[in-house]
Design a protein around this ligand. Structure first.
Ligand SMILES: [Zn+2]
Ligand SMILES: [Zn+2]
Length: 343
């Protein structure tokens, strides 16, 4: 069986693997769809290989085999991939910080005992059964394939929620920003402003419930100030994931406001510490989610309170994965969430 992996900068290779057989605590999943994450695109643009197991970490599929010890999942179940639950025995868990479990963190970055030899850009994958979640039967395949990244945003908004009536800015209207925007509305934001350079993405943000969508830069700061009697936003969710966006998030926030970091900026950022101090800003960062949050986010999507269909703009067969990656990393693509179909 072949799995697509990022083996070098701007290089995707189809490597040969054995047909997966489940270990005692594993299930084999026939993958239906696997999303391309911003992390995958970042790995594609960075020198060196990407860790195999996270190359395609947003998948859904149907269980075709189960290991002898597996009782909670059976053949034919439709599942969605998630991080493993907290291990209960690492030093963070023993310190009572179960939601900061080091085993979960390891799995998130593609290492540790829940690791796999390849990711979801393949026809099948064998994983520990705790890394699979039963998909809500009301979800379409396209929705199910987006539950993992959506839950990342759910966790961020749940950790740093707006208060009822707040003015909220979402920086960056890619798939992560567009989902965060919707969670902020669910959580009680009154006025939602998307800040995004791409006019196409601004249109989608408006369609998904943003009250305003403005271009990034000085004009965005002026716009938010005008709207808030010179104060700035109560909460800014940083979803652009580029280094300069860190300071611009603070620039858009009112004194005493909150900045929540969701997008992953891979390079160092220049910041203005005096401005942070003067504004008495609170900065929160979030990564991952708990299994409970996974269930919660999935049921909101199934209830129709968060629209993921508008965020999915294209699917490519596994054989055309290189085309999908080069389009997404071109910087001029009109695609939002792209899914890979190995069937
Ligand atoms: Zn991801
Ligand atoms: Zn742990």
């Amino acid at each position: 069986m072949k799995a697509a992996l990022i083996t070098e900068k701007e290089t995707i290779s189809f490597l040969e693997f054995e047909e997966p057989e489940p270990g005692a605590d594993q299930v084999v999943v026939d993958i239906t769809l696997c999303g391309i994450c911003g992390t995958d695109i970042h790995g594609y643009k960075t020198p060196g290989p990407m860790r195999p197991s996270i190359c395609g970490h947003e998948w859904t599929g149907v269980v075709s085999k189960t290991g002898v010890e597996v009782t909670r999942i059976t053949e034919g179940d439709r599942v969605v991939v998630s991080v493993p639950p907290s291990c209960g025995s690492c030093s963070a868990c023993l310190a009572g910080q179960m939601d900061k479990c080091m085993t979960v963190l390891e799995a998130t970055v593609g290492a540790g005992r829940f690791d796999t030899p390849h990711g979801g850009f393949a026809a099948q994958i064998a994983v520990n059964h705790w890394r699979t979640f039963l998909a809500d039967p009301r979800l379409t395949e396209i929705q199910a394939a987006q539950i993992e990244p959506t839950t990342i945003c759910f966790h961020a908004v749940r950790s740093t929620p707006p208060a009822l009536g707040d003015v909220v800015v979402v920086q960056g209207a890619g798939p992560i920003g567009l989902t965060t925007l919707q969670w902020a509305r669910v959580a009680g934001a009154e006025t939602l402003i998307a800040v995004e350079p791409d006019p196409n993405r601004r249109e989608v943000a408006l369609a998904l419930g943003a009250d305003h969508a403005v271009e990034a830069g000085d004009s965005a700061e002026e716009f938010v100030k005008d709207l808030t009697s010179g104060l700035g936003a109560d909460v800014v969710y940083e979803c652009a994931g580029v280094a300069p966006a860190l300071q611009s998030a603070v620039d858009l926030t009112r004194r005493g406001g909150k900045v929540s970091l969701i997008g992953l900026a891979a390079s160092d950022a220049i910041t203005k510490p005096a401005e942070w101090l003067r504004k008495e800003i609170s900065v929160f960062a979030s990564l991952g989610y708990t299994h409970e949050e996974f269930e919660m986010s999935m049921s909101y999507v199934a209830d129709g309170r968060v629209d993921l269909d508008a965020i999915h703009t294209g699917s490519f067969p596994l054989n055309d994965i290189e085309e999908a990656f080069s389009e997404l990393s071109s910087g001029v693509s009109e695609q939002l969430k792209v899914l890979i179909d190995p069937r």
